[in-house]
Ligand binder design. Structure first.
Ligand code: GNR
Ligand code: NI
Length: 173
């Protein structure tokens, strides 16, 4: 198991659509485990493969937030939204690739998602609440989309400038 470096916006790899995964190999299972370790350490509730520089359709998440509750680490290969509610909910989102920046984003309140799990089995589940927000945020990453793409251009530009500065400072440190 290892913690992987997380790419910071702006980075061309965060803007590209990721490629579907073929067979779920040991190498991909290892990547999923490393991504989970990276996500828990950050800490975050989700992570998509492009955020660690891998352009494959894989995301991991665990949105259990109750203190002392059993964790639920999930790895989703080739996830697809097969149904979305007309009902919208607003959540203040953040992103590990855009540190310390938060903004309200509207998304369908509930979604039904189909994916392939680490054993290669087809799964389908209905997500609500934070799980729904998170899985949609992660699938957006697989399509090269960030939560700031939903904001007005001026706000997005301000955040991008801050990230350019942050990256420059980190590179000098
Ligand atoms: O850790 C994360 N928290 C979060 C909060 C609200 C909406 C979405 C998220 S996902 C984010 C981790 C991340 O950047 N995943 O891509
Ligand atoms: Ni993110």
């Amino acid at each position: 198991m290892s913690v992987l470096p997380i790419l910071i916006h702006p980075d061309p790899r965060l803007k590209k659509a990721a490629e579907p995964v073929g067979e779920v190999t040991d190498e991909l299972r290892q990547l999923a485990d490393d991504m989970l370790e990276t996500m828990y350490k950050a800490p975050g509730i989700g992570l998509a493969a492009p955020q660690v520089g891998v352009l494959s359709r894989l995301l991991v998440m665990d949105c259990v937030k109750e203190e002392g509750a059993a964790p639920r680490p999930m790895a989703l290969f080739n996830p697809e939204v097969v149904w979305a509610s007309d009902d919208v909910s607003t959540y203040e989102e953040g992103c590990l690739s855009i540190p310390d920046q938060y903004a309200d984003v509207d998304r369908p309140a509930e979604v039904r998602v189909r994916w392939v799990d680490r054993d290669g089995a087809e799964c389908e589940e209905h997500f609500t609440g934070l799980w729904s927000t998170c899985v949609q945020h992660e699938i957006d990453h697989l399509d090269g989309k960030l939560f700031i793409d939903y904001l007005k251009p001026l706000r997005r530009q301000m955040i991008t400038r801050k990230m350019v500065k942050l990256k420059r400072e980190r590179a000098r440190a």
